[in-house]
Design a protein around this ligand. Structure first.
Ligand code: KIV
Length: 263
């Protein structure tokens, strides 16, 4: 995308053209994916994808600020969303204090907050104070330990009801869009139809207003596990390992460097 989308332009895409969101954690990849993405999410998934941890819980605000600055530097024309990490928005005062830190220390366009009705007051406090908020409902990775794993949402009537309430609460609190993660496709569709702001899905089927994927999953760099909802658009790990082995073989066999690489 050549020009950064505004919040108005993002909202207008509802019911028009699906929005493309991809995660990035550094300038190099942000620059590569900028032409293909409408929005770049600096997800706290960086704790797993980049830092090799088992979940997102130990991500710090300082890490998010560091990586968000790198992404904004690599993709200056992209709408960038910075995830608020676990524990940084447990009350509205802390949430505003920490979101202001993100806004003052990075050029991020928005923050993202996990939660629905339970976080509506916090989202409202941020939006009333000049912080654009992307909501995140459905499967919430920051609740993985309290919930005892990653559990698909929308399987029961109660869960469906709660998701519809969550989406409405997030919208009414002033969020400009929201992510819906790990949710039965038919329920995600209903959720998307129940609000006027874009609902971006991940593992939530096709009938939403856009899709988000973690770049290292979709490019096949993350080898340990491929969730059902991920499509690999590249066998990244295989290609990288092949190239590295070629380099190693050439060094060992004194085939690199050759004349063209020598001063
Ligand atoms: O942290 C992240 O990458 C996310 C996506 C899974 C939406 O929140």
């Amino acid at each position: 995308m050549s020009k950064k989308l505004t919040i108005t332009a993002i909202k207008k895409r509802k019911g028009e053209k699906p929005l493309v969101m991809i995660t990035a954690y550094d300038a190099l990849f942000a620059k590569l994916l900028e032409p293909s993405a409408d929005m770049i999410l600096v997800g706290d998934s960086l704790n797993m994808s980049f830092a090799g941890r088992n979940d997102t819980i130990s991500t710090t605000l300082e890490q998010m600020i560091y990586h968000t600055n790198a992404v904004c530097k690599g993709a200056p024309n992209s709408f960038v969303i910075c995830d608020m990490p676990f524990g940084t928005y447990t009350c509205k005062e802390d949430a505003l204090h920490n979101a202001i830190k993100v806004f003052q220390k990075t050029p991020a366009d928005s923050v993202k907050i996990e939660g629905g009705t339970d976080k509506a007051e916090i989202i409202q406090h941020l939006t009333e104070n000049g912080i654009a908020v992307c909501g995140h409902i459905g499967l919430l990775p920051q609740s993985v330990r309290s919930e005892g794993g990653y559990k698909v949402k929308g399987k029961s009537a109660d869960e469906r009801e709660q998701l519809l309430k969550d989406a409405k609460a997030v919208e009414e609190a002033g969020a400009f869009c929201m992510v819906i993660e790990g949710t039965k496709a038919e329920v995600a569709k209903e959720v998307a139809q129940s609000v006027t702001i874009p609902v971006i899905g991940i593992g939530a089927g096709a009938d939403v207003d856009g899709q988000v994927l973690v770049f290292s999953d979709m490019l096949g760099f993350f080898e340990e596990f491929t969730p059902k909802f991920v499509k690999k658009y590249l066998e990244g790990a295989t290609l990288v390992k092949k190239a590295l082995q070629e380099y190693a073989d050439e060094v060992v066999n004194r085939k690199f460097p050759t004349e063209e690489h020598i001063y």
